[in-house]
Design a binder for this molecule. Sequence first.
Ligand SMILES: Cc1cc2nc3c(=O)[nH]c(=O)nc-3n(C[C@H](O)[C@H](O)[C@H](O)COP(=O)(O)O)c2cc1C
Length: 172
Amino acid sequence: MLNLIQKRRSCRTFEPKKVEEDKIDQLLKAALWSPTSKNNRPWEFVVVENPEALERLSKCKSHGSAFLSGAPLAIVVLGDPAKSDVWIEDCSIASILMQMTAESVGLGSTWIQIRLRMDDEGNLASENVKKIINAPEPLEVLGIMAFGYKAKEREPYSEEVLLWKRVHYEKF
Ligand SMILES: Cc1cc2nc3c(=O)[nH]c(=O)nc-3n(C[C@H](O)[C@H](O)[C@H](O)COP(=O)(O)O)c2cc1C
């Protein structure tokens, strides 16, 4: 697990190769087995492979999502605030577990922040995404996870970047 955590780096350029159904299933299993507060499971996941939809999603906010147009797969992570007051935490856990599972099966990934983000016209990115995927109320979009085969490998994290000074024992 530690090796995978050290190796995982955001990947924003992908090979033009489809992600196999079996691997998509493994990503979804990771999400659907993830822990949630009170076992509420307030999340929903939308798998998007259609290139036109990926192109539209890539334009849902001003910065940091353009590369999605070159990804073969996105999984939109939504939560239901009516089901849980900690849907953000629950959706975040599902998202990172999908990223770690992606790394474990040889896929690259990047988390695209949607919640609280806007497009150039001042529209909420979450509303833009909901329109594209037909998400019903009262769902909120946490983020979009981009997946695919890495076009280039990145260096894993080194021991040097560990911020040990942020760790405190017994008291701050
Ligand atoms: C909550 C969260 C939101 C992020 N949002 C974006 C984003 O919108 N666009 C993007 O390209 N990367 C995004 N990232 C990826 C970060 O930029 C990246 O994880 C960080 O720079 C560290 O690099 P690494 O993933 O290679 O370790 C996000 C990551 C997290 C955890």
